[in-house]
Design a protein around this ligand. Structure first.
Ligand code: SAM
Length: 322
């Protein structure tokens, strides 16, 4: 669907596409098709994070429910909420019969994925109040719905790795301010490991991640009514940045691109070999992440990895004053 000149996509395109290197916020990767492709990525043999995080949640969900006693789970970037079902099962099972109902608030920019997911969850969990919210969690003024008891904010899938270090601290600060003392935060983060495995996870043999990345060009083409802009003119690149310990995804032009954005009234020229920066996925070290959380008033109460030590779940509690 074409957006207007003052739409969020147009404003982000104006702010990012003429920069050096050109860039766009990660959220634009997640239109309806992008969200479906990401879901496919989570099942790829090379993409270990989803399986590893599932392993930890399977082992720890009951403990998380008992420790937090949360009455509301707010999940940022919930996607299909597939892994979250492990938490929902544990919270519903631990709930007092006749006591207050548990609410689940999935928050995502991908409105189609969110509404389909919320409908399925409502049918599958009659004892749960499912309240989907379409929102951009990177916007200032992050707030969480009010609850009668403790709340658990959940941020899974290693999505925290999409933030630059500066924005990560700003985001965690905002989240800590949105939480009340006694609320909890459950964070999934991917760990630093062998470069070959990391790169393979973002450049799979079947090319699904390449399609996911190139879909950004489709989002620009359809959203900004572009001429002479074709996804096939871009090659998917995934590379490890050792200084920043992160995987970076880029799109490299295969030939000169001379596109025209009707909505912006602007031309976009990229020479062959030019690179657009599309996503970062930072990898962490457990103690450093715990220190970062503690510095914003969210000290860790537990950290767990899967047996192979690939992925990390941190449960943090909002302390009295951040
Ligand atoms: C890496 S996926 C993780 C999905 C799911 N939590 C999981 O663990 O598999 C990131 C999710 O965050 C959503 N997302 C990305 N940027 C967002 C933003 N700025 N605001 C809200 N949701 C966002 C995407 O639509 C997607 O569902």
């Amino acid at each position: 669907m074409t957006a207007g000149v003052d739409s969020p996509l147009a404003l982000d395109a104006l702010a990012g596409l003429w920069q050096d290197p050109p860039t766009l916020p990660v959220k634009w990767l997640y239109d309806e098709r992008g969200s479906r492709l990401f879901d496919e990525i989570t099942r790829l043999p090379e993409y270990y994070p989803t399986r590893r995080e599932t392993e930890i949640l399977t082992a720890r969900a009951a403990e998380i429910a008992a420790t937090t006693g949360a009455e509301m789970i707010v999940e940022l970037g919930s996607g299909t909420s597939t892994k979250t079902r492990l938490l929902l099962d544990a919270f519903v099972a631990g709930c007092d019969p006749g006591g207050s109902r548990i609410s689940y608030v999935p928050v995502d920019v991908s409105d189609e994925m969110l509404s389909v997911t919320a409908e399925i969850l409502s049918a599958d969990y009659p004892d749960l109040d499912v309240v989907p919210v379409v929102a951009d969690f990177t916007e200032p003024g992050l707030t969480l719905p009010v609850a009668n008891g403790p709340r658990l904010a959940v941020f899974l899938g290693g999505t925290i790795g999409n933030f630059t270090p500066d924005f990560r601290v700003e985001f965690l600060d905002r989240l800590a301010a949105a939480l009340a003392p006694g609320d909890y935060f459950l964070l999934g983060a991917d760990l630093i490991k062998d470069t070959g495995r990391l790169v393979a996870a973002y450049d799979d043999k079947s090319g699904v991640t390449a399609d996911f990345n190139r879909n950004l060009i489709e989002v620009l083409r359809t959203g900004l009514d572009a001429r002479n802009l074709y996804a096939d003119d871009f090659e998917h690149i995934a590379r490890w940045n050792p200084a920043e310990h992160r995987i970076e995804m880029w799109l490299r032009t295969r030939r000169d691109v001379n596109a025209w954005f009707e909505v912006l009234g602007k031309a976009w020229h990229l020479p062959a070999g030019a690179e657009i920066h599309t996503e970062i996925s930072t990898k962490f070290e457990p103690a450093a992440l715990a220190a970062e959380l503690a510095s914003v008033g969210l000290p860790a109460v537990a950290q767990w990895t899967d047996v192979a030590g690939d992925f990390l779940l941190t449960l943090a509690c909002r302390r009295e004053s951040p």
